[in-house]
Design a binder for this molecule. Structure first.
Ligand code: ADP
Ligand code: MG
Length: 692
């Protein structure tokens, strides 16, 4: 058996099984071996029928003692009685009863899992089920650990339920150690207390005891992380081999002078980051740096100081923002920052006319402008620079990982600084941004007032409105934010509009305005503009203000239906206030209370630390959907979990980066096996890693 042998070459796998397996991406022996059990049954995970309680989730293992199709007045169902050595349990299926009926025979030993109900006796409705054996012997009683495999209707119809998979896999375990030769160097195995790959395969599918299972998991998780990190390490290394055409030789004449004009001094964290950037700029190789800094940590000034260095060296810079509003804000900041210098700043956005864009492009190409600010229109299509050497991407969290890749490609041999306001737990940034150097702004500028967060229900609303009035009287401004979630867009918009009308009356001495996503770009900009000039005091808005807006005079934020927001989103929203010298107050108004949202909102009340919030967010929502790790171009994780296996990830990352450091092209004899796996298994990914 070779790992790439098609599974159809197994005698027990006919065309039906081949098709059903192909549907879930299993084509070869190696794929089949990586179809890992979803869980395991042993004594400790099985409940006796006499220990069942209503509403508990349980797994019962027993013999099928009776099966029957029953007919009621309205519908029919399938009923099955399972008896263990102490009692019995009824199972009922109302849907797909005919199909289910065919799965079981009297005398089969089965495992059923689900929520326990009481209906004249204990029962489960539509439980998950697995046939453990037909012979009537209960493997759990013999102390076995039984693997249960992920399956589905088509697989089951083709005979590939858990039992089918066990039958398929069991014979493959004969001599598995010699079929899957070890590819990790011996010292790496020893150092990390890892078992061999063949042994791990055997133990993950058919563990003799829990300890064996633990060893198998450790090795296989390490494996997944290791190859992922190896690809990143190789990519990072190949980037580092690129020699950039434009070296930075000096701080230039603008850095010191413009720094001196700032109304503040940099925080220690900002200074450290500036040094890290400078080290990259003056090196021979392009910078690839991620700057992580919580909202309000002062990333903008970093990008401007870097642009000042670029200008001082005679190079152009591009600063990109995810939205037009933000691009304009950056533009204004840049204009102000370079005031009194000969540095020319230009704004490019999608809403400019064709003629305007053409002129701007020409001027950029001729090197008339030194700093170009814009949305991604800036680097799309026909835009050319004379000598672009610094690209800053203010990512917030709007650009996907793939888009970032595209942008970087366009940037070519330029120095790239990606700024993100989304605090990313370390384990995640090691994967998503694993090929970048990372700088962290872990300190807020001094004098920044803490934001106070309160969670209230509707009874407190009059008090909240009074408080907002007091703030307005003191000259401050307020945000009132409504949720806007796509499925219910229309209703949400109505809620925001009604809220606006109500507040317009309530705060009649002040100017109240409504801002939402259906407005044109110009309308939105106009309103934001007026709000930032304090011509509007209360901004009622849907979530469009979420990203990066800087209005230091805004001190209150009331978030309506706060229970409907995700944690990361609440954190971003809250970051819009408390940015100036006055303390900020964020009120989370909960209209519908449930346990889940209580947890989320409590976290918001307890901490303003973006990293803590991000970790909690990840825990509550799972890693997948937040950052789209699956579309990151990295290998999918089948057994390891970024959230819970951070320790293994760190070990694997260390080994992978050390290996590439020592042997960048994996040419050493000890690395042959690993090189081969990359070529075979990650062939389609090896381009992102720049090998192959
Ligand atoms: P973010 O990291 O969220 O993009 P900004 O760059 O918008 O943060 O900075 C937030 C505010 O803090 C701005 O008004 C900026 O001028 C100010 N700021 C930045 N750095 C400092 C500092 N070292 N001391 C005082 N204020 C600062
Ligand atoms: Mg910002």
């Amino acid at each position: 058996m070779q790992p790439d042998t098609p599974i159809s070459s197994l005698r027990s796998v006919g065309s039906r099984k081949t098709d059903a397996l192909a549907e879930i991406g299993i084509h070869t022996m190696a794929d089949l071996l990586e179809h890992f059990p979803r869980r395991y049954l042993d004594r400790s995970t099985v409940t006796f029928t006499t220990d069942l309680r209503k509403d508990m989730n349980a797994t019962v293992v027993g013999k099928v003692t009776g099966t029957q199709m029953r007919r009621g007045r309205k519908r029919s169902w399938f009923e099955m009685v399972v008896a263990d050595e102490r009692g019995f349990l009824k199972c009922r299926w109302f849907n797909g009863a005919k199909w289910i009926q065919k799965r079981f025979n009297k005398g089969d030993v089965v495992a059923v899992s689900g929520k326990v109900d009481f209906y004249g006796g204990f029962q489960m409705v539509h439980p998950d089920f697995d046939v453990l054996s037909e012979e009537g012997t209960n493997p759990i009683n013999t102390g076995m650990i039984v693997p249960l495999y992920p399956s589905g209707q088509n697989l089951q119809s083709a005979g590939l339920d858990s039992r089918g998979f066990r039958r398929l896999l069991r014979p493959l375990m004969d001599g598995i150690e010699s079929k899957l030769p070890e590819y990790f160097p011996r010292n790496m195995l020893e150092k990390n207390a890892l078992i061999g790959i063949g042994e791990a395969m055997r133990k993950i599918h058919f563990p003799d005891d829990m300890e064996a299972l633990k060893q198998a998991r450790q090795r296989l998780k390490f494996n997944e992380f290791f190859f992922m990190q190896l690809l990143l390490a190789i990519r990072r290394h190949s980037q580092a081999e690129v020699v950039k055409p434009n070296r930075f030789t000096t701080h230039g004449e603008y850095l010191a002078s413009q720094y001196a004009k700032l109304p503040f001094t940099l925080t220690e964290a900002q200074k450290r980051v500036m040094n890290e950037i400078w080290t990259d700029l003056k090196s021979n190789h392009p910078m690839n740096r991620l700057l992580q800094g919580d909202v309000g940590s002062g990333k903008t000034v970093i990008s401007l100081l870097a642009a000042a260095i670029a200008a001082g060296n005679g190079y152009q810079s591009a600063i990109m923002a995810p939205t037009e509003i933000l691009a304009e804000q950056h533009y204004k900041n840049a204009i102000k920052f370079f005031e009194g210098t000969p540095i020319r700043v230009v704004l490019m956005t999608g809403s400019q006319t064709v003629a305007q864009k053409r002129d701007l492009r020409k001027a950029l190409k001729e090197g008339y402008y030194h700093v170009a600010v814009g949305t991604h229109a800036l680097i799309q299509g026909k835009v050319h620079f004379k000598n672009l050497q610094l690209v800053v991407i203010d990512e917030q969290h709007r650009f996907g990982v793939l888009q970032r890749g595209e942008l970087l490609e366009k940037a070519g041999e330029a120095d790239v600084l990606v700024m993100t306001a989304t605090p990313i737990p370390r384990t995640l940034s090691m994967t998503i941004y694993g090929d970048l150097s990372i700088s962290i702004l872990d300190e807020l500028p001094e004098g920044r007032q803490k934001i106070i967060t309160r969670k209230v229900d509707i009874h407190a609303l009059p008090k909240v409105y009074d408080f907002i009035k007091d703030e307005l009287k003191a000259g401050r401004q307020a945000f009132v934010v409504y949720p806007l979630i796509e499925e219910s867009e229309k209703i949400d918009l109505e809620a925001a509009t009604m809220g606006y009308e109500k507040l317009n009356v309530l705060f009649k001495d002040y100017k109240v305005a409504l801002l939402h996503g259906r407005m044109s770009g110009d309308e939105k900009d106009g309103i934001m503009e007026s709000f930032s000039r304090n011509e509007i005091q209360v901004l009622v808005s849907t979530t469009v203000i979420e990203v990066g807006i800087d209005i230091p005079n805004a001190t209150v934020m009331l978030i309506e239906n706060a229970e409907r927001f995700g944690l990361a989103q609440l954190h971003q929203l809250r970051g819009r206030i408390g940015r100036g010298e006055h303390r900020g107050v964020c009120v989370l108004l909960q209209r519908n209370i449930n346990a889940d949202s209580m947890d989320r909102l409590n976290i918001m009340v307890e901490t303003t630390d973006g990293f803590k919030i991000a970790e909690e967010d990840l825990r509550l929502r799972g890693a997948g959907d937040i950052f789209g790790t699956r579309q990151s171009g990295l290998p999918a994780l089948k057994i390891a979990n970024i959230l819970y296996d951070g320790d293994i990830l760190k070990l694997a990352r260390k080994e992978a980066f050390a290996m590439v450091q020592d042997d960048p092209h994996l040419r050493k004899k000890a690395h042959t096996g690993i090189r081969q796996i990359i070529m075979e298994k990650y062939a389609d990914l090896s381009t992102i890693a720049g090998i192959g």
